[in-house]
Ligand binder design. Structure first.
Ligand SMILES: NC(=O)c1ccc[n+]([C@@H]2O[C@H](COP(=O)([O-])OP(=O)(O)OC[C@H]3O[C@@H](n4cnc5c(N)ncnc54)[C@H](O)[C@@H]3O)[C@@H](O)[C@H]2O)c1
Length: 321
């Protein structure tokens, strides 16, 4: 065998192994590797992590994963009662690593931008520090592109983009002015944030915009850690509250019996991404993971676009394939 043939063989082997990993793993290879051999979550013990949208789904699962390792938490969402339940769950799994004062409940509506500053003061008064902000609160969408009212585009962007950017700016200023420029901003984006899917045009655009805002932040402030965590379909109740195309509309559907990654697994992987300060990671069951890889590669995206019909894409994201 010539040297060239040997190199080609290695290249083919490399791709074969990678494709197999894309099929069997439920997240990107780097995240899977960090979950096994990366920095342990216990290195975050004592840090203060503020999670928005912590009352249910991914936010709740992330809070529980972090609490297990003694990470101090600020839990924000609109519903106090649900936040109290998450607080109880966190204290239970922490098994003595956390006391009640270590899990602060801070109810807030992300859309009330004028309350963001006082919410940040409350966090700092309570803990005297903040290490990580996780922008997780958000709503999805199901609607035909042509039917979406412009008010819906605006409302979705208000919550999924502008509220996140506003709160993040305040926290980044705190990092710059009182923390030597060090700190960590994270957000729950979506695979739809780099690989558009049908019937969620505003949502796809919002998550793309969010990614761009955060990537731009990282280019300006290199000392800052920025994590974009992009899940595929996850088994949460997010479709109950998801936007439609009509103003005031909600999809009101359950995701029960759909093929989706569990919120618990998603929360664990998100926690690993934070502990390892990863910049862009994603998770999802086959074929979502494979699609995410293709979307990151322009040539593969073109090929995928030619063979995936809108029906197939929709089946995948609705957990029916
Ligand atoms: N479930 C999925 O398949 C999936 C996939 C990719 C990305 N995501 C993203 O994950 C994040 C969490 O969604 P989820 O699936 O856990 O759904 P969820 O509905 O269980 O959680 C959404 C959270 O955001 C909060 N929230 C909504 N509007 C708010 C407001 N105005 N102010 C404060 N909090 C508000 C809710 O109370 C809840 O705590 C969202 O940003 C969503 O876009 C979800």
């Amino acid at each position: 065998m010539t040297f060239l043939e040997f190199v080609l063989l290695l290249l083919v082997l490399y791709y074969v192994i990678y494709v197999v990993l894309w099929i069997v793993l439920d997240c990107n290879v780097a995240l899977w590797y960090k979950s096994r051999f990366g920095v342990s979550l216990s290195t975050m013990r004592g840090q203060v992590v503020w999670i928005t949208g912590a009352s249910s789904g991914i936010g709740r699962a992330l809070a529980v994963s972090l609490a297990r390792h003694g990470v101090r938490l600020v839990l924000s969402a609109r519903r106090q009662e649900q936040l109290e339940q998450v607080q109880d769950e966190c204290l239970q799994v922490a098994r003595g690593l956390l006391a009640q004062k270590d899990v602060l409940i801070l109810p807030m509506d992300m859309l009330q931008l004028d309350k963001h500053q006082s919410a940040l003061y409350s966090v700092l008064n309570h803990f005297e520090r903040l290490d990580v902000l996780v922008n997780n609160a958000g709503r999805s969408q199901r609607a035909n592109w042509t039917d979406i009212e412009i008010q819906v585009d605006r409302e979705l962007f208000e919550l999924d983009v502008f509220a996140v950017v506003h709160l993040s700016r305040l926290v980044v200023r705190y990092f710059l002015e009182q923390n030597g420029g060090r700190g960590h901003i994270a957000a729950t984006s979506s695979i739809a944030g780099f690989s558009p899917v049908p019937f969620s045009a505003t949502y796809c655009a919002a998550k793309h915009a969010l990614n761009a805002y955060l990537m731009a932040l990282k280019t300006e402030l290199r000392k800052l850690d920025v994590t974009i965590f992009a899940p595929g379909p996850i088994a949460t109740d997010f479709l109950l509250e998801a936007f439609t195309g009509a103003q005031g509309g909600k999809v009101g559907q359950s995701t029960a019996n759909q093929k989706r990654l569990t919120a618990e697994r998603c929360g664990e992987l998100f926690a690993v991404a934070l502990a390892n300060k990863m910049d862009l990671t994603w998770c999802g069951l086959f074929p979502v993971n494979l699609m995410a890889y293709c979307a990151r590669n322009a040539t593969l995206t073109k090929i995928l676009g030619q063979y995936m019909t809108e029906k197939t894409l929709n089946k995948i994201r609705e957990g029916k394939l």
